[in-house]
Design a protein around this ligand. Structure first.
Ligand code: AP5
Ligand code: MG
Ligand code: ZN
Length: 215
């Protein structure tokens, strides 16, 4: 059973690769960002709270995240494994989750760090569009959907995320550096970290990931 974490800065391609990994290895893709966006869309109390932080490019407080993910991975559809996209994002979350797994006699299989330099991330983010229904990422120039504004996979509306403006993206990079990048050291120490070059073409990035995860 694969329990994989995808780590990487905003725009590294976590969502893009997650869709492919989940399909190939038949494991569930869990994106905390997508969960919050769904709650915002549905107007739930969690969505209202999360929106305050997300729109500024800040992290949602740890206490709103940990239980949410830990409850989610216990559900039946995760029995074959799961892929965490966007969690953990702070050392607190990583420690909390490791402790949770340990209590269940379990541990992570691997943490995949998608490495991309900041200067190529900004154009990716500004041009990004996402399916409002299934979360599949597109790019206006490099990966447009076949029909403008319509998701290839589910027919949902393809839109621009509220936090993909240049100002908010710059803030998210800073938050990543300050709060999330220490996880690289954290998972190196625990021997779980494997790095992939995320600057390559998405097919090549995926090939690199498959080599690490095994066929
Ligand atoms: P989240 O939704 O997780 O956003 P993020 O981490 O900032 O990452 P992104 O989704 O922006 O990028 P990605 O790596 O998925 O890239 P993608 O594949 O789309 O989180 C949003 C917010 O929610 C956070 O700011 C925070 O407020 C909150 N949150 C979420 N989880 C939290 C947690 N655990 N704790 C606290 N708060 C939390 O690709 C980007 C673009 O590039 C696309 O257009 C794509 O087509 C293109 N692209 C992808 N790969 C390539 C490639 N190889 N070459 C060229 N283009 C590519
Ligand atoms: Mg994403
Ligand atoms: Zn879709």
């Amino acid at each position: 059973m694969n329990k994989v974490v995808l780590l990487g800065p905003p725009g590294a391609g976590k969502g893009t690769q997650a869709t492919r990994i989940a399909a190939k290895y038949n494991i569930l893709h869990i994106s905390t960002g997508d969960i919050f966006r769904k709650n915002i869309k549905e107007g739930t109390p969690l969505g209202t709270k999360a929106k305050e932080y997300m729109d500024k490019g800040l992290l949602v407080p740890d206490e709103l995240v940990c239980d949410l993910v830990e409850d989610r991975v216990m559900k039946e559809d995760c029995a074959n494994g799961y892929l965490l996209d966007g969690f953990p994002r702070t050392v607190f979350q990583a420690e909390h989750f490791d402790k949770f797994l340990k209590e269940h006699g379990d541990e992570l299989t691997m943490v995949l760090d998608i490495e991309v330099a900041e200067d190529i991330l900004l154009p990716r983010m500004i041009g990004r569009r996402v399916c409002r229904n299934c979360g599949k990422p597109y790019h206006v120039i490099t990966m447009p959907p076949a029909k403008e504004g319509v998701c290839d996979v589910c027919g949902g509306e393809v839109y621009q995320r509220a936090d993909d403006t240049e100002e908010t993206v710059m803030n998210r990079f800073k938050v990543y550096k300050d709060q999330t990048s220490p996880l690289i050291e954290y998972y190196t120490v625990s021997g779980k970290l494997k790095a992939v070059d995320g600057a390559k073409d998405p097919d090549d990035v995926f090939a690199g990931i498959c080599e690490l995860l095994g066929e």
